[in-house]
Design a binder for this molecule. Structure first.
Ligand SMILES: [Zn+2]
Length: 363
C-alpha cells in the first residue's frame, strides 16, 4: 500500500536541481577516440540505465503498458521496470484490488490509501474520473509519488538522518510512510515494511531489461576520495557528456572495468601544467574499451600510467587526478559510452552515475 504522502510536489524544483552545477570543473572537450574496431553506435541513448527499462517479454498487461511507460519516465531512478515490479507486488495488476489489513484500506492497482490519494491522486488520464481504481490515474500517481519519495530519501541520506539504499528507502516509505522510515532510521529491521523492497527487487528480473554489461565494475576513484560535482546533462549550451568527480591532485584513478586501453594521450595543447576553462581538449585522456559495446573515458589527469593497446583489469591504477586541459581545478571527468561504443562520442554517452548504480555500485 502507499502511505507515503507528503506536502506539495517538489518534482519541478528537483528536476532543476538535478542539473545544478557545482563549481567550474570541466569538460569533456571534443576528444576523438582513437579507433576501436566496432561499428559506430546508432541506438537511442536514454537517461535511464538498462535495468530501468522493460524487457521485451515483460509480463505487463498490454492495456497498462502506456501508463507504465509514462509513470516510469518522470525521474531517473524510477523506470518502467520499477513501476511494473511494484504493481505486480501491490495488486498483481488487479485494478479492483482492495486490501483491508485491519488498519487503513488500500485501493486499486497501486494500492493507494484514501489519505495518500488525497495528496497524489488526480485525473491524470482526463477521463473525468479521479480514482485509485482507475489505472490511468493510479499508475501515474504511483510514478509521481515514487519520484518524490526517491528525492525525499536522497535528502534524508544527505542529511545523515537515514542509512541504506535510496530505492529501498523510497519503496519502504511507499509501503509504510515517511514517518515510519524516519522512526526506524532506515528500512525497518523486520516486518512487512522490511520485506517490501526485497519483494520488489525479487520481481525486477521479470520486468527489467538486463544491462548489456558483463564483468565486474569498480568506482574509478576510491570511495571517500572524491565528491560528485557537475553531473551528466546539458551545461552551458551543450552536453556535459560525463560526471565531474572532484578530488585532490594525485588521487589514484582506476580502470572501472577490465578492458583494453584505446588511447592514453594529451588531447590539449599542453598537459605539463594545469589548463584553464576554454582550453580545448580534456588534457591527459584515457579511453578504455571494455567489450560488449561499452567504453569509458577519463579526463584531466596529471599523469597517466598506461599506454594504448595495454590490457587492464578492473581497479587497475591507470592515472592520477589533475587539472589538465579544459578544467578549472583538479577532478576526474569520467564518461561511460554505450551502445556499441567505441568510438566514444557525445551521441553514445550516458549518465555515468546512473550506469555505475545499475551495475550495483554506490558512486
Ligand atoms: Zn566534466
Amino acid at each position: 500500500m502507499s502511505g507515503g504522502q507528503s506536502g506539495s510536489s517538489r518534482l519541478l524544483w528537483l528536476a532543476v536541481a538535478g542539473v545544478a552545477v557545482l563549481g567550474l570543473v570541466c569538460c569533456a572537450g571534443f576528444v576523438l577516440a582513437v579507433g576501436g574496431g566496432a561499428g559506430l553506435g546508432g541506438g537511442a541513448v536514454t537517461a535511464q540505465p538498462a535495468g530501468n527499462r522493460l524487457r521485451p517479454d515483460a509480463p505487463v498487461p498490454p492495456r497498462y503498458l502506456a501508463m507504465v511507460l509514462a509513470a516510469g519516465s518522470l525521474c531517473p531512478r524510477i523506470g518502467p521496470a520499477q513501476i511494473a515490479a511494484q504493481l505486480d507486488l501491490e495488486s498483481s495488476w488487479n485494478p479492483n484490488a482492495y486490501t483491508d489489513s485491519g488498519q487503513v484500506p488500500a485501493k486499486g492497482i497501486a494500492q493507494f490509501t484514501d489519505a495518500t490519494w488525497q495528496s497524489w491522486g488526480r485525473d491524470y488520464d482526463n477521463d473525468g474520473v479521479n480514482s485509485p481504481y482507475d489505472p490511468g490515474d493510479a499508475i501515474v500517481a504511483q510514478g509521481h509519488l515514487m519520484c518524490d519519495l526517491v528525492q525525499w530519501a536522497e535528502r534524508q541520506l544527505a542529511a545523515g538522518r537515514l542509512g541504506g539504499h535510496v530505492l529501498d528507502l523510497a519503496w519502504a516509505a511507499y509501503f509504510c510512510g515517511r514517518r515510519c522510515i524516519l522512526d526506524s532510521g532506515g528500512v525497518p529491521a523486520a516486518g512487512l515494511a522490511h520485506d517490501y523492497p526485497q519483494q520488489i527487487r525479487a520481481r525486477l528480473p521479470k520486468y527489467a531489461a538486463p544491462a548489456v554489461v558483463s564483468g565486474q565494475w569498480v568506482l574509478p576513484l576510491a570511495p571517500g576520495t572524491y565528491t560528485v560535482g557537475s553531473g551528466f546533462g546539458p551545461r552551458w549550451g551543450r552536453l556535459h557528456a560525463g560526471v565531474d568527480l572532484i578530488a585532490s591532485t594525485g588521487t589514484p584513478i582506476y580502470a572501472a572495468a577490465a578492458g583494453v586501453v584505446l588511447s592514453a594521450h594529451c588531447s590539449s595543447a599542453y598537459c605539463n601544467r594545469p589548463g584553464f576553462i576554454g582550453l580545448d581538449g580534456c588534457g591527459w585522456t584515457i579511453n578504455i574499451n571494455h567489450g560488449g559495446g561499452t567504453a569509458t573515458r577519463y579526463c584531466h589527469a596529471i599523469r597517466v600510467n598506461v599506454h594504448a593497446g595495454q590490457r587492464v583489469t578492473a581497479g587497475q591504477l591507470i592515472a592520477w587526478v589533475g587539472s589538465t586541459g579544459n578544467s578549472s581545478g583538479p577532478h576526474l571527468h569520467f564518461e561511460v559510452h554505450r551502445p556499441n561504443a567505441p568510438p566514444s562520442t557525445k551521441d553514445n554517452a550516458e549518465d555515468p552515475i546512473a550506469f555505475l548504480r545499475s551495475v550495483g555500485l554506490n558512486p
